[in-house]
Design a protein around this ligand. Sequence first.
Ligand code: NDP
Length: 460
Amino acid sequence: MAKYDYDLFVIGAGSGGVRAARIAATHGAKVAIAEEYRVGGTCVIRGCVPKKLFVYASHFSDEFEEAAGFGWTVEGARFDWKTLIANKDREIDRLNGIYIRNLEKAGVEIVNSRATVKDAHTVHLEAEKKDVTAERILIAVGATPFLPDIPGIEHAITSNEAFHLDELPKRIVVVGGGYIAVEFAGIFNGLGVETMQLYRGSLFMRGFDDDLRELLSEEMLKKGVDLRMNCDIVSIEKKDGELHLMLTDGDVICTDCIMYATGRAPNTKGLGLEEVGVKLGERGEVIVNEYSQTDAPSIYAVGDVTDRANLTPVAIREGHAFADTVYGGRDVKVDHSIIPTAIFSQPEMGTVGLTEAQAREKYKEVDIYKTAFRGLKNTLSGSQERTFMKLVVDAKTDKVLGVHLMGPASGEMIQAVGIAVTMGATKAQFDATIAVHPTAAEELVTLREKWQAPVVKAAD
Ligand code: NDP
């Protein structure tokens, strides 16, 4: 008789957990996966996928306007929020079904219950009020929006609720300066909502290349987002059906809706991890080694709960690597050093590798190549939006250390450029690549002039 009920018990059926469960089962392991909400996790149910659908929806307002320059008259264009929500929900249901079927096809048992860890080999299923045992347990429970503790915070929504609002608000204030805040500020603004974004620091998108950060703020302002930096909320009050936001600078803002996008916290509360010897970090993240193994050798963790790089494709890669290593007889570690990523802000951004500031810290001499221009489409569309491209190069080896893009299809471009950067391509190899014309991307292989910092003359 087998010593345990399962070879592997996965807690959390999001991107990382589902991939790990499926691959482990394909390698012959007996696998179960527990999920307390819906199979698919943040990305599919209330993250990347519905967000991107909303981004598409919000682009049409600009596109209708720009169509005029190409001879089109678009009359009577109206937006219906309920139609978007219903169609988005239908697509999410479809994807949820596909995830469930793929798990079943691989032979993974799905348990609809919250699960907690009882000991190194035992999981407690709350809905079924029973314990099951497994040789190994994989924690893939993700993260949840973090909200600061200020008076009136109960009136705020997060991205979770933004996907299900009954009505599109007339005015919204988005708090935060990361991925989610800039993406949702762009969505609401594009859908015609009077949008303000508040960020506590001097310039949002901390950690991204400074040129991208500055240009994005300029472009968002041009599009009508009311960006307020160096500003935070002290308290929120509901009065006569409106929300009154008291700001740190003494100002009071009236709005209909306030959305916090102030980071996400690992979902480890009450999971029983520390009690069984799993080490957690300051933010509650599970500490793992390069094989995603915790301090309790039978317990592993992948995805946002480990707070390494909180991105779906990274969670998938970590889950796959775990399953291949433990059940597939391979030794696979995940390299987190170069991660291409897209920010579906408006304009969109794509980035891979080191920022200019990071490169200057790490390398003796760094060459910068950059360009900003109005794309061909905008010569007729009337849009003043600029496209920006920047290459960060190690002067000594000619290796391209980072690429930073802003403009249409930057997300698509950065995936392809990411291959070259991951392979360690040099600037000379970029230059040797024949351009594709007419595209914006051709600038990536035709940038010849090194950028020189403007000489600042001392005042007479
Ligand atoms: P981020 O960690 O990216 O940004 C959090 C923002 O909130 C920062 O600007 C931070 O400011 C601010 N903040 C944090 N705490 C407070 C506070 N107490 N009061 C006021 N402001 C605060 O988190 P997000 O929520 O935007 O996104 C979570 C994760 O989801 C991201 O790390 C990203 O990996 C992932 N994601 C990826 C997407 C993509 O790939 N396109 C899309 C959406 C999410 P400060 O800079 O000063 O710390």
